[in-house]
Design a protein around this ligand. Sequence first.
Ligand code: FDA
Length: 307
Amino acid sequence: MLGPVILAASRSDKMRRFVSAAPGTKQVVARFIAGETVEQVVPVVKEAVAKGLEVTLDVVGEDITTREQAAAARDAYLELIEQLAGLGLGTKAEMSVKLSMFGQSLEGGHELALANVRPVVEAAAAIGTTVTLDAEDHTTLDSMFAIHEELRKDFPQTGCVIQAYLFRTEDDARRLSEAGSRVRIVKGAYKEPASVAHQDKAEIDKAFVRVLKILMEGDGYPMIGSHDPRLIAITQELARSAGRKLDDYEFQMLYGIRGDEHVRLAAEGHRMRVYTAYGTDWYGYFMRRLAEKPANLLFFLRSMITK
Ligand code: FDA
């Protein structure tokens, strides 16, 4: 019951101000956010790679309101890619981006987001890596998939995300299951109406498995973004029965969540990519992590009281 309330609060400016100023917030945020600056995140990337993990880097931020902020988001990713260039990590360090941060919801936003994300995808390709377009709320997805298709004409390795809770996703999975495509499947983290998305956890899990099956039996490269032990076991089973080798798909988990499992799966020979978020505009990202697990909220409230 708490999840939807927290997700509603994730869009409130009043709550943003309250949470940002609360005592103890920084300490809890640090569990999920790897640093505030590119200088702070680079050692985190090196440490992950040294443990046999791979990363996808997210400069946190979304729902910006001016074209200048959208350009600043583009520049933040370009700065990150410049820093990664010297490390020679190739696809071990890729990028994840939210198109709303690149101006998608502003006037003329579709074209603006495409214009801002293209140089990021180009710069990533120039250092031998790639970009995945995150999936945001359902009203943004037609534009996201169109931008994905456009980018893939020049950069076929550009990935995208599909969300199991949406009714549309099985069709999207079939469309995206072609050779060379890279698709991350996740349960979905936004507050969506019952007209477009499953609301029941068990229904979402069943939908996840149906989509997973489509991806595994297809010709693309599935990226499984989940911490759910049951879905991880099902992924391994479906991959085996589809005749996929360990490097024909990958697991992805979030920085700060089930860290032991990251290392365990990598030690078993799986490709394990850690979604590593950093930056100062962490509010929306942080609130979605609280919504996923109410125990996080209790921990957060306790840290406010004990400060
Ligand atoms: P579930 O929520 O059932 O969690 C399974 C177990 O994992 C829990 O029991 C708990 O142990 C642990 N866990 C999960 N979340 C936790 C948390 N916040 N804190 C502590 N423990 C937690 N969504 C989206 O809409 N668009 C996107 O682009 C992405 N991108 C993305 C990338 C990657 C790499 C991941 C892993 C996830 C996303 N998501 C996302 C988020 C996704 O939609 C979903 O909300 C979370 O992954 C939680 O769902 P699980 O599959 O982990 O299962």
